[in-house]
Design a protein around this ligand. Structure first.
Ligand SMILES: Nc1ncnc2c1ncn2[C@@H]1O[C@H](COP(=O)(O)OP(=O)(O)OP(=O)(O)O)[C@@H](O)[C@H]1O
Length: 267
């Protein structure tokens, strides 16, 4: 069973075909990498899967249900949550409050209950707080839950976003560069967390430039370039494709990193 199926996805901005006939199959309970150089169309694909953009054409299914063109809140109800490449935290909110907002669409109590602060409302708020605190700890946020989220280090802000997405109890989690700005040890911590989440049944799709992380934690990848799919499979298999190396790793710094990885694998 696939968690996500994408067929013939197209998105054009003015004259630019940002996503051109993209197919994507993400198996349930996998950690799936979406790779490619800057401007390849990765974020645009994720924006369409999560409903932030409507495709011009194509089909998107989440756990077998067609979701293309639905608004983000409806797609969230299908169990899809996401984080953003450019961190989006609410100004003036604490870490705890921010993470708790992720749980809001699961809340059962009514508006009247909230206004009157009914017993059910109080119980639910306590449950949400307890859940948020547990997530803050699990994701490894070092700052106090009472600190203003916007004052945190870049890495912790990313973790707050991740915790907020997890608070929605998703079945599919889309992560746009979850380890950007983190060092190797911090990135590995995120990788270990992803393994734990996969073991609990989640499907994880990550846009990631950190090749070590992809190598170590992704089951399979799709490599994009100029809006199209270049290669699908394990990272190792994709890296053997000359057009992938040329497109994705054309830059000298990337090429060096890839060579190191290939040599390490051979060794
Ligand atoms: N809202 C938009 N309006 C116009 N052009 C856009 C818009 N969003 C993305 N694009 C363009 O579409 C192309 C694909 O962008 P996208 O952000 O999906 O790439 P990406 O693979 O995620 O790149 P990066 O790794 O740099 O985030 C780029 O040329 C980008 O400039």
């Amino acid at each position: 069973m696939n968690a996500i199926e994408v067929e013939g996805l197209v998105k054009t901005f003015g004259g630019l075909r940002a996503v051109a006939e993209v197919d994507l199959l993400v198996p349930e309970r996998s950690i799936y990498g979406l790779l490619g150089p800057n401007g390849a169309g990765k974020t645009t694909v994720v924006n369409m899967i999560s409903g932030f953009l409507s495709p011009d054409r194509g089909v998107i299914r989440v756990h077998g249900r067609e979701t293309h063109g639905l608004p983000p809140y409806r797609i969230a109800r299908e169990g899809v949550a996401r984080t953003y490449q450019n961190i989006r935290l609410f100004p003036g909110m604490t870490v705890l409050e921010t993470v708790a907002t992720g749980a809001y669409h699961r809340r059962r109590s009514t508006i009247l209950g909230a206004v009157l602060l009914s017993r059910a409302e109080r119980r639910e708020r306590a449950e949400v707080t307890a859940k948020a605190l547990a997530l803050i700890e699990r994701v490894g946020i070092t700052a106090s839950p009472g600190a203003l989220a916007e004052t945190l280090s870049y890495g912790d802000q990313r973790r707050v976003e991740l915790s907020r997405a997890l608070a929605a109890e998703p079945r599919v989690l889309l992560l746009d560069e979850p380890t950007a700005g983190m060092n190797d040890a911090e990135s590995r911590q995120i990788g270990e967390l992803l393994l734990g989440l996969r073991a609990e049944g989640l499907t994880l799709v990550l846009i990631e430039h950190n090749m070590r992380l992809v190598e170590e934690f992704c089951d399979e990848v799709t490599v994009m370039n100029s809006g199209a799919v270049l290669a699908v499979g394990t990272l190792a298999a994709c890296l053997e494709q000359p057009d992938v190396r040329e497109a994705y790793f054309g830059k000298r710094s990337d090429a060096r990193r890839i060579e190191t990885l290939r040599r390490a694998r051979r060794g």
